[in-house]
Design a protein around this ligand. Sequence first.
Ligand code: C5P
Length: 244
Amino acid sequence: MESNIKSRSTVIVALDFPNEQKALQLVDILEPYHPYLKIGMELYYQTGPQLIYKLKERGFSIFLDLKLHDIPNTVKGAAQSLTRLGVDMFNVHCAGGIKMMQGAVEGIEQALIPGQKKPLLIGVTQLTSTSQETLNQEIGISGQMEQAVLHYANLAQKSGLDGVVCSPLEITLIKESLGQGFLTITPGIRPKETALDDQTRVTTPQEAAQLGTDYMVIGRAITKAADPAQMYAEILKQIEGESR
Ligand code: C5P
């Protein structure tokens, strides 16, 4: 395959499960691969911090996907709490504005203890389930999706964030405008021949890697696969550009 595939793309497995037991079943299956794990609202609101402690104890990197969005002071406090949890990455909605995002940056700085690795702080631009029509007609933001995403990504960089969540289709624009070092975390990944579900702005893992994403978040394609370990291995192969 093409030689410009960036092997630096890391796969993050979204543990979108209703309880700890189901989540740990998948973690056990994937343990030999030691994947980066994402815990979102569904699971975290059920398990609380205990699951994070357990998974950190087992050495996993954790992206805590709670998409904070509140007044700056509240987000600052939440960022302090999440930093103390020891997660490796968490996120805020860019729609909260610069002061709110700066609040999160301050919260991290104030909660970090000596020797602790700073968690990556990521801004959510437009959800990958949002279509152009939804953006314009429901949410009320005019113009093209790419411009709306780039506008939010700009605010995130100005606020001191490490990168943004976006669709793989927006990686090139963001990297060209904001620099290669500004991270892109991309959900909306669908291996060939898997269902789109509720996502609209999608690519395959291989395309996302070619586009230079830093982290790709993959949920249902792995969690709902008949053989999740085989699917995970297959995705890694696709990223490396080997044929299916
Ligand atoms: O199952 P699927 O691969 O679509 O899961 C994508 C994951 O990424 C879900 O956990 C979803 O919450 C998350 N996500 C997203 N779009 C964003 C931010 C996060 O799909 N903009």
